[in-house]
Ligand binder design. Structure first.
Ligand SMILES: [Fe+2]
Length: 293
């Protein structure tokens, strides 16, 4: 596709790589919102440019490294990146889980991240158990000061909630809080083993290459002294690969803004809030438009 004309979509900081991905003397071509771009590393200095149709470099794009991810924007007045204090706390382990390609709308990926009802079926024995399928009631709200959707008081029994929980061999009632940071990014706060008063922070930033081709980046700020970095990355990658199979089979790939065709349940509260917020934002990119179908 050509670059989107949707100004709502264009005015975001979006992930394009993780630090260290582009080695000295190398370049990396990718896409953002339908626009070809190139990241280049010249003697350790990273740059990002539009890549013109003939292969020549177009205008410079800004780069910002945050949350162990590199972001750029094609817009003139991008929505600021979110504030996530946990990434600045010195006793946290910042773990970059790399990136995973997923061929679907960015908003289906966000919606899947918010959905607790699939834990027991898709992440059996890790994030859910087949005999504990009930999604307990929780709350959603639009926080207007930061223009984010929050889902609070979420809880779910999890047989293997994290790498450290698996090592301890302990199931736990996990407490979750979700934040939709932007239409293209979402995070959750989750009970941390051994830290009753603090929460792990797990993010998902989505690079929409096109309306139906994305790359997800998953930085985490964890309270975990015990697990190896490899086991934490492996855990998160396992979860995401399980989700990818589900996501790539959903039709239409573009997210419809109408409520789910299935009988809505209280488990869908956050999905309903997210879709309403997207609609109110005026976004058209990545969304299924019935009149155009
Ligand atoms: Fe999932």
């Amino acid at each position: 596709m050509a670059i989107t004309q949707d100004q709502i979509a264009l005015n975001h900081w979006l992930p394009v790589a993780y630090p260290g991905q582009v080695k000295t003397g190398e370049s990396y071509d990718t896409q953002l919102l339908g626009q070809a771009i190139r990241l280049s590393n010249t003697n350790g200095a990273l740059s990002c440019n539009i890549l013109n149709d003939g292969g020549s470099l177009g205008r410079d794009l800004p780069l910002d490294e945050r949350f162990a991810v590199l972001f750029t924007t094609l817009g003139d007045a991008p929505r600021p990146l979110p504030i996530i204090d946990e990434f600045d706390e010195p006793d946290r382990r910042i773990v970059n889980c790399g990136s995973v390609g997923v061929n679907t709308s960015p908003f289906r990926i966000v919606e899947n991240f918010l959905d607790m009802a699939h834990f027991c079926f898709v992440h059996t024995d890790l994030l859910g158990a087949v005999d504990e399928t009930e999604v307990l009631s929780y709350k959603t709200e639009h926080r207007e000061d930061v223009d984010e959707i929050w889902a609070t008081e979420c809880q779910f029994f999890q047989p293997g909630a994290s790498a450290s929980a698996i090592d301890a061999g302990a199931g736990q009632m996990s407490q979750y809080t979700y934040r939709v940071l932007s239409p293209f990014s979402v995070m959750l706060y989750k009970s941390a083993m051994g830290y009753p008063d603090r929460l792990d922070a797990i993010c998902l930033f989505i690079q929409p290459k096109t309306e139906t081709e994305c790359i997800g980046y998953m930085p985490m700020a964890l309270l975990d002294d015990a697990s190896s970095t490899t086991s934490m990355i492996h855990f998160q990658q396992t979860i995401f690969m399980q989700d990818r199979i589900i996501l790539e089979n959903q039709r239409p790939k573009l997210l419809p803004l109408t409520p789910r065709a299935e009988m809505p349940t209280r488990a869908d509260l956050s999905s309903v809030a997210f879709r309403r917020w997207l609609k109110d934002s005026g976004m058209r990119f990545g969304l299924w438009q019935p009149e155009a179908a």
